[in-house]
Design a binder for this molecule. Structure first.
Ligand code: COA
Ligand code: ZN
Length: 301
């Protein structure tokens, strides 16, 4: 799968932080000011690509309302890319009008999930993706393919079928593609099977529903994947899939990568500050294990 993502010349991974979007979408709505506080804490931790908002129906996802207000207050910083998730052409128009230069288009390898999530067929989503790529000009358009490792509605989806939908997204003009494990159905074996069909020039968006997210990320890293979505604290989940739970926690991935000597650009201590802040804002502890335990004490040199 050829993508516009540059190859990395050093041993590093790129993290797209989705906490302000995926992480907050199933929580009670926060104020615009608190959403900005969280975003600022993530920037302070070194995150360079942040999915800050979703341009979706506020009736469908109340906590994602007021995306324009959040975008207007985003800090103007060189080297930080702000991403908005969109479900359709209307959302993309709103995101581009608001001034975003990167959008994630959510669609699915699963017909049942696509219908519930964005209320159209997979074919219609791909048609809208093609329109969006036409509107987007130079903006980055990431196609994010939900349920790539299995669907709560259809069960297993053949890797060849996932690869075929991924190919159609790229043919429609997407800049890059992310495979999402929306309800945590991936396992290391399934990660390897799907990557064998799609190639490893893809991003991964993992959920820890069954405790396999970090294991899956490690497997994918060893296979050659270098782009990961994570959410601070391990918050998150889809309101449109029963039993969906949190994302791979940013602090858990950073902790593992640091130990492997792989650059993330993220300062774990500052990230844990952001994690404490998000727990305070949502009013409950976060699922991340590293957030609970703290970093390990390294032996003095
Ligand atoms: N953002 C905001 N409003 C939108 C919109 C968008 N991207 N797309 C459509 N709408 C509005 C329409 O203007 C219309 O408004 P009105 O009632 O005031 O006239 C209303 O929503 C219904 O439009 P319609 O095209 O019939 O949409 P729908 O009811 O079939 O819902 C979605 C389709 C995609 C808008 C809705 O299902 C949605 O927002 N899903 C979000 C999914 C999501 O965020 N999932 C989690 C992340 S993966
Ligand atoms: Zn998700």
């Amino acid at each position: 799968m050829m993508e516009a993502r540059a190859a990395l010349t050093v041993d590093a991974v790129r993290i797209r932080e989705v906490g302000p979007r995926d992480g907050l979408q199933v929580e009670a709505p926060l104020s615009v000011e608190d959403r900005i506080r969280l975003i600022e804490a993530l920037v302070a931790a070194g995150l360079k690509t942040i999915e800050a908002v979703a341009f979706v129906s506020p009736k469908a996802v109340p906590s994602m309302a007021d995306a324009e207000k959040v975008v207007a207050l985003l800090p103007k910083l060189d080297g930080v890319t702000w991403v908005g998730l969109v479900p359709n052409r209307k959302g993309a128009e709103m995101a581009l009008d608001a001034g975003l230069d990167a959008i994630s288009v959510t669609l699915s390898a699963s017909e049942g999930y696509n219908q519930r999530n964005v209320r159209m067929s997979v074919d219609d989503s791909i048609d809208q993706l093609r329109d969006i790529c036409g509107l987007a000009g130079e903006a980055w358009v990431e196609a994010v393919l939900s349920c790539s490792f299995g669907s709560p509605y259809e069960g297993d989806i053949a890797p060849s079928e996932v690869a075929a939908v991924a190919r159609r997204c790229m043919d429609a003009g997407a800049t890059a593609l992310t495979l999402a494990d929306t309800t945590g159905m991936a396992t290391p074996r399934r990660i390897e099977e799907v990557l064998a069909a799609t190639g490893t020039r893809v991003g991964l968006h993992l959920h820890d529903t069954r405790g396999t997210a970090l294991l899956n990320a490690h497997t994918a890293y060893l296979a050659g994947v270098r782009d990961f979505d994570t959410a601070v604290g391990g918050l998150g989940g889809s309101p449109f899939a029963e039993g969906a739970t949190g994302n791979l926690a940013t602090e858990d991935l950073v902790y593992l990568m640091e130990d492997l000597g792989v650059e993330t650009g993220v300062d774990l201590d500052r990230l844990l500050d952001a994690s404490r802040l998000v727990a305070e804002l949502v009013g409950h502890p976060v699922p991340s294990r590293v957030a609970a335990a703290g970093p390990r004490l390294n032996n003095p040199a």
